[in-house]
Design a protein around this ligand. Sequence first.
Ligand SMILES: NC(=O)C1=CN([C@@H]2O[C@H](COP(=O)(O)OP(=O)(O)OC[C@H]3O[C@@H](n4cnc5c(N)ncnc54)[C@H](O)[C@@H]3O)[C@@H](O)[C@H]2O)C=CC1
Ligand SMILES: O=C(O)C(=O)CO
Length: 387
Amino acid sequence: MVQVWNPNGKYRVVSTKPMPGTRWINLLIEQDCRVEICTRKKTILSVEDIIALIGDKCDGWLSCVYVSVFQLTEDWGETLFSALSRAGGKAFSNMAVGYNNVDVNAANKYGVAVGNTPGVLTETTAELAASLSLSAARRIVEADEFMRAGLYDGWLPNLFVGNLLKGQTVGVIGAGRIGSAYARMMVEGFKMNLIYYDLYQATRLEKFVTGMSVTYAEFLKANGEQPVTWKRAASMDEVLREADVISLHPILDKTTYHLVNKERLAIMKKEAILVNCSRGPVIDEVALVEHLKQNPMFRVGLDVFEDEPYMKPGLADLKNAVVVPHIASASKWTREGMATLAALNVLGKIKGYPVWSDPNRIEPFLNENVPPPAASPSIVNSKALGK
Ligand SMILES: NC(=O)C1=CN([C@@H]2O[C@H](COP(=O)(O)OP(=O)(O)OC[C@H]3O[C@@H](n4cnc5c(N)ncnc54)[C@H](O)[C@@H]3O)[C@@H](O)[C@H]2O)C=CC1
Ligand SMILES: O=C(O)C(=O)CO
């Protein structure tokens, strides 16, 4: 049930799941860590399971730290942080960028550093959002099922007619790292016009699309095509009204819970495409199921669900929904990199290293040919802990 590496290591690091690759294990072992990996088949561990893994003491280990493989139901609150702290635990890291499953105030109370893994999953997650956009627009899953069912008996003018993306408007809600990467893909790849909404100005994205639309505009015009345009919307509703494809990329917090609800679905175009690779509760999924039933030309691509791992009743039966099991960050390079960043977050705490200055630039930690910088790549509560 628990696989142990380097049993005589001075520092104890526990992981709730086997994580991809071996670099993360080697980096910990090189720094005198004993690595314990829970290999139980159970996908979602309960609070009791995790408390049992943490144990009640560190048995002479100098530091007892914890890497949790992100699970929506692995709720890191008062109970777990106090258990970790009682066992001498000083650091915890999600193997994820999102940390809505973590009560950071509780971690602060027990002086536990909370790590996450930004940056390494930006492009991979954006690529999945782009894949879902295309799958929904071109009805790939429905068509695939049709072929496999042996129903294809010849080309027809009306067979699986979908939406053209070129020249349409892509809307991005939450233009942070992933939202901006997705926006660029859709503008560059499909010549879509962009409208975005975020609480903050996405300066880097704006510079990119401005630069692109200036030089690219000449090129497109010379080739008899329309240049791409972009704008920052004053409200989220403006994006919902204007865009043909809308992708959600905000964090989940109380400002974004049910951001897309019945009223907002009603203002979207009848043939719009909605993609969610952020967190399930950003959409009111019951309202979405109803909307999909009433509007068969409205399509969605979902990687995340309100009650993960479950879907709301009715969703699985709808042809106008493409659903995948939270795989947006699942490329080999990204998942191995996430494991490395998570391990280095806790290792940095063990070694007393500072926190890396820019969580948007984590490349130096991912170069396998050189030792990683002496820093924790990303600790979300470093300021609160006075680091
Ligand atoms: N499905 C999956 O496997 C994955 C999901 N994610 C989710 O994506 C989220 C975003 O990740 P990053 O882009 O790296 O984070 P980020 O912090 O770079 O971007 C989040 C953006 O959301 C914006 N935002 C916050 N509240 C908002 C509101 N009320 N309205 C509009 N915008 C708002 C922020 O200003 C920020 O620009 C993560 O927090 C995580 O929940 C991330 C990776 C993989
Ligand atoms: O990183 C995250 O936030 C995830 O959802 C898993 O990649």
